[in-house]
Write a protein that binds this ligand. Structure first.
Ligand code: MG
Length: 158
């Protein structure tokens, strides 16, 4: 068996008048993330880590901002497509580990539901999905609540 790892990172700005979507789940909050799609920063980082593991470029390459097709797009659909791309190439997904960096809202109460959603979209067991959250202690753009960042690591094999 051949193992491969990939890393992904993404940032979106917090703004009023937008819904907040993280790991495929709508979280009621006073502000949401700005972006061409639903701006699910966590799923975007995850997509990039999976694509990186397979050396299949990045999310912007496959789903460009300039394409009206992806305006307001549900990032779960993008993640599902990325998983299909990997499987078409003969890869299977081992495990994924996502970290969300945000001062607010609290992520922990939502993690089980997020894992359930991602498990269905990716067609892998919940046990192979890790979601973590951290603040950045008030430091930087995440600390100033200007935006939310996410990173992800994925292991795939063939
Ligand atoms: Mg993004």
């Amino acid at each position: 068996m051949k193992f491969r790892t990939g890393y992904g990172y993404d940032v979106h700005r917090l703004t009023e008048g937008r819904e907040l979507w993280l790991c495929g789940l709508h979280i009621p909050h006073s502000r949401g993330l700005l972006g061409h799609s639903d701006a699910d920063v966590a799923l975007h980082a995850l997509c990039d880590s999976l694509l990186g593991a397979a050396a299949l470029r990045d999310i912007g390459y496959h789903f460009p901002d300039s394409d009206p097709k992806y305006k307001g797009a549900d990032s779960k659909l993008l993640l599902g497509e990325v998983c299909r791309m990997l499987r078409r190439k003969g890869f299977e997904i081992g495990n994924v580990d996502v970290t969300i960096m945000a001062e607010e809202p609290k992520i922990n109460p939502h993690i089980e539901e997020m894992k359930r959603i991602m498990s269905e979209v990716m067609n892998i067991p919940e046990d192979d999905i890790s979601i973590k959250a951290t603040t950045t202690e008030g430091l930087g753009f995440t600390g100033r609540r200007e935006g939310i960042a996410a990173s992800a690591v994925s292991l795939i094999y063939c």
